[in-house]
Design a binder for this molecule. Structure first.
Ligand code: MRU
Length: 356
């Protein structure tokens, strides 16, 4: 997708260096950062220079490439894989990508391992782009149906950033929106600000602006009244881990939007590539929910009049705060899962029809 008219992917490999767009600086500064070691990749995931389930999976895959470049040794590779998986706990794509790489590299001679690792990491990225494009084409039909009935702008609410910045290209939740826009359907997006890190305001709104898609940032608690007023036609969100029974783990606050949508009979869709499905965990209570530094709540970052990024404290110094990063939306509140293979019911039966 585009930034200032130029096409980018979120991650690429050039002359043995992994290149990323530093998302902690967006939307105020556009900085391309070099990752040269596996530690750099782990740090980029931990600090959320890269974030979003598919993108952290891809970064972990390239992290293993960097690990081989640094030290072409099986025990170093194993340790790198363990450290990468631990770098963020909730999105299943991280483990999925690392395991896929390890499977591919099993028993490979040290003289061939680098080429095979580079190809597989690229394949993970190329496949994600293909899958996100298919998600877009499948989700487009839902937006088209609403437009054909309404004959007016389709208002779509989304939470956090499940846009192209969270994937390699297209995004998951945003892909149907980009496809609708390309097909001439008038769309407008309500972008939940998504406290505490403001991915909705800083990233979703930013990337939609760059693609010329109308959007409005709203405080996280605004969705309910907009739904009651008939100003939301549908919701589409992403996910960090969807269980085989259709329960959806996504950025904290997703659950409350799903409840409000259910109460107002507004379709609530979740868009995901199959790499985000956890086929093992059966009970959502077993999903590891990331708890991040409370400073993400107590401090806000923005630019001052000189364009410099500044961080300020907004809470009483003595107050405690708690920063849970994800929540679970039970399947019963999800209208459908939009996947690369089609749209299905959020249930064991629905998913197993698409993914044998
Ligand atoms: O903490 P983040 O910014 O990595 O959380 C991202 C989300 O919750 C996204 O909705 C999810 O990863 C889906 S990305 C296509």
């Amino acid at each position: 997708m585009k930034i200032e008219g130029k096409e980018y992917r979120t991650i690429w490999f050039e002359k043995n260096i992994v290149k990323i767009i530093d998302q902690t600086k967006l939307p105020h500064q556009f900085i391309i950062k070099d990752l040269k070691t596996v530690k750099d990749a782990i740090n980029a995931i931990k600090t959320m220079e890269v974030r979003g389930a598919p993108l952290i999976g891809a970064t972990a895959a390239y992290g293993l490439v960097l690990s081989i470049l640094e030290n072409n040794d099986q025990s170093f590779l194993k340790k790198s894989a363990e450290d990468l998986i631990k770098s963020r706990p909730t999105a299943i794509n991280l483990k999925w990508a690392v395991n896929r790489m390890l499977e591919k590299l099993k028993g490979v001679n040290s003289d061939k391992i680098l080429d095979i690792a580079v190809n597989e990491a690229k394949e993970i990225c190329d496949e994600d782009i293909k899958f996100c494009e298919s998600i877009g084409l499948n989700g487009l039909k839902v937006i088209e149906d609403i437009y054909n009935k309404k004959k007016d702008t389709v208002n779509i609410l989304t939470h956090c950033n499940a846009g192209w910045l969270a994937t390699i290209n297209w995004g998951t939740a945003t892909s149907p929106i980009y496809h609708a826009h390309k097909n001439g359907i008038p769309v407008h997006v309500w972008a939940d600000e998504t406290r505490p890190r403001n991915q909705g305001a800083n990233l979703t709104s930013y990337e939609l602006n760059e693609e010329g898609i109308k959007n409005t940032i709203i405080a996280d608690n605004t969705g309910g009244i907009l739904m009651q007023r008939g100003q939301v036609d549908m919701c589409i969100v992403g996910t960090d881990r969807t269980l085989s029974n259709g329960d959806v783990c996504n950025k904290v606050g997703t659950y409350l939007k799903a409840l409000a949508a259910y109460d107002n009979k507004i379709p609530f869709y979740v868009a995901l590539p199959s790499s985000t499905i956890d086929w093992d965990i059966k009970d959502f209570k077993d999903i590891p929910i990331e708890e991040r530094n409370s400073e993400e709540l107590s401090h806000l970052e923005g630019v001052d009049n000189n364009g410099d990024i500044k961080k300020v404290l907004i809470y009483p110094k003595k107050s405690k705060s708690m920063n849970l990063a994800f929540d679970i939306t039970p399947a019963k509140y999800v209208t459908g899962l939009i996947t690369e293979k089609g749209i299905c019911e959020a249930s064991q039966e629905g998913l197993s029809k698409l993914f044998k």
